[in-house]
Ligand binder design. Structure first.
Ligand SMILES: CC(C)(COP(=O)(O)OP(=O)(O)OC[C@H]1O[C@@H](n2cnc3c(N)ncnc32)[C@H](O)[C@@H]1OP(=O)(O)O)[C@@H](O)C(=O)NCCC(=O)NCCS
Length: 181
C-alpha cells in the first residue's frame, strides 16, 4: 500500500493528552458497539483514557505513547510498553480515526512501534484484540501478526475481554529487511 506523505508520528506531549482522550472516546463509541456493550465501553474508557492515568504512565516511563498527525490534525495514536516476558514488547493501543482508515496509517504506526521494539532489543511484539473485532484482526494478520492464543480476562464489574493474543517476531523481520536493502 502506498502511504500518503503528509503524516507524522510524534511522541505524546502533555498538551496532547486531553485531545487523545477525546479522540479515543470518539473512536471507541463509533467502533466498539456490536463488539462489546456500551456499558463496557464506558467502563474501559474510564479505566484507560483518563488524562491523569496517561500522565502518570508517561511520567513514570511505564509506557510510550505516540500520536499520528495527518496535515497537522490528530488522527490516531499508539501506546506500547514492555511485555510480561523478557524481550517482549506489548502494543497496548492502536487507533486510527475512521475517516483515515485503510490508507496505510495503521500499518505506519505498527511499523513505528516494531522499530522501537527492535531498538530495545526485543524479539517479539504482541497485542491483544477482541476476537470479534474482525477488521482489526484482519489488519494485524495483513501486517505480519499471527494468533498465538485466546484469552478471557476478567476486568472487573462483570466485564470480560474475550481476546486473541497476536504476536510477531520483530527481530526476524528486521533481519529480512536488512537482507532486502
Ligand atoms: C486497526 C486499525 C488501527 C488499522 O488502521 P488502518 O489505518 O485502517 O490500517 P492500514 O490502512 O494501515 O491497513 C493495514 C493493512 O490491513 C488491511 N486492513 C485494514 N483494515 C482492514 C479491515 N477492516 N479488513 C481487512 N483488512 C484490513 C489493509 O488492507 C492493509 O493491508 P494491505 O497493505 O495488504 O492492503 C484501524 O482499523 C482502527 O483504528 N480500528 C478501530 C480500532 C481498533 O480496533 N483498534 C485495534 C484495537 S486492538
Amino acid at each position: 500500500m502506498s502511504i500518503p506523505a503528509n503524516f507524522r508520528i510524534l511522541p505524546l506531549r502533555d498538551a496532547d493528552i486531553e485531545p487523545v482522550c477525546a479522540l479515543a472516546r470518539e473512536i471507541w463509541l463509533q467502533h466498539y458497539p456490536g463488539i462489546i456493550t456500551v456499558a463496557q465501553i464506558e467502563y474501559m474508557l474510564a479505566q484507560r483514557y483518563s488524562p491523569d492515568a496517561i500522565r502518570m504512565q508517561l511520567q513514570a516511563g511505564e509506557a510510550w505513547w505516540d500520536k499520528l498527525e495527518v496535515d497537522g490534525e490528530l488522527c490516531g495514536f499508539a501506546s506500547y510498553e514492555h511485555g510480561v516476558e523478557a524481550h517482549t514488547m506489548k502494543l497496548d493501543k492502536l487507533y486510527v480515526h475512521q475517516l483515515f482508515r485503510g490508507k496505510g496509517y495503521g500499518a505506519a504506526l505498527m511499523e513505528h512501534v516494531a522499530k522501537a521494539a527492535e531498538r530495545q532489543d526485543m524479539d517479539t511484539l504482541y497485542l491483544q484484540v477482541n476476537k470479534y473485532n474482525h477488521g482489526s484482526v484482519a489488519a494485524y494478520l495483513r501486517t505480519g501478526f499471527r494468533v498465538a492464543k485466546t484469552v478471557k480476562v476478567d476486568i472487573g464489574n462483570g466485564f470480560f475481554m474475550d481476546d486473541y493474543v497476536m504476536e510477531k517476531n520483530v527481530r526476524r523481520e528486521a533481519k529480512m529487511r536488512e537482507r532486502c536493502t
